[in-house]
Write a protein of this length. Sequence first.
Length: 212
Amino acid sequence: MRIILLGPPGCGKGTQAEIICKSFDIPHISTGDILRSNVKRGTEIGLAAKEYMDSGRLVPDKIIIDMIKDRFLEADCKKGFLLDGFPRTIAQAEALDDLLQKMNIFLDYIINIDVPDEEIIDRISKRMSCSNCGEVYNLIFKKPKKEMTCDSCGLKLHQRDDDKEEVIRNRLEVYRKQTAPLIEYYKLKIKNVDGKKNINEVTKDILNILKS
Ligand code: AP5
């Protein structure tokens, strides 16, 4: 199964991706997670990406496309994959089309999770994550068992640098200008899901699409 999850920052792509990838035993490819791991390790990609990420701008297409090409070469992608946060520009979508064509494979589903801006700002301001294992929490409905501590690895939780309100607003603006045009690009294949529902309901709606 090959899936793209589209949607604005904070709409729940990562949350749903984790559940879906477990159900279908496919790798979760999040360009955001790959970039954050590079920033943490201080790699060349990380050094080039940090400034863009911290200000809520998109990292240049070339860096992202090269990163995805490398990731697709890994053995687990033979089972399929779920792309979370990629593509994010028309140029990335065209590069993906090219890559898939060369690999002689097709996308099965493109799902767009729709959530209004104010709800997104509220959700992101309450998001905490573990910089070690990447587990995501929410201070209202997915609290860690011990305050500000990751349930899985016991390390301190933190707020992402790009989750400050002014940066979130910029990410939403960038989304509207550079990423939302993908909805038109994929219009023949895209399925919309109402992301305002609770996590379980959103999962149910996505699974219904994937089973159809
Ligand atoms: P990335 O990491 O991809 O961030 P994003 O797309 O902005 O999405 P988020 O990770 O913020 O949110 P999400 O949709 O995964 O929501 P989540 O499940 O966490 O990208 C970060 C940066 O990297 C970009 O700004 C850019 O600089 C760079 N980048 C990445 N990819 C790139 C690319 N392809 N090209 C160029 N640059 C790129 O949920 C959010 C919160 O809401 C959580 O607290 C969660 O618990 C809660 N929640 C989830 N679902 C629900 C629900 N149904 N109801 C209530 N709360 C919910």
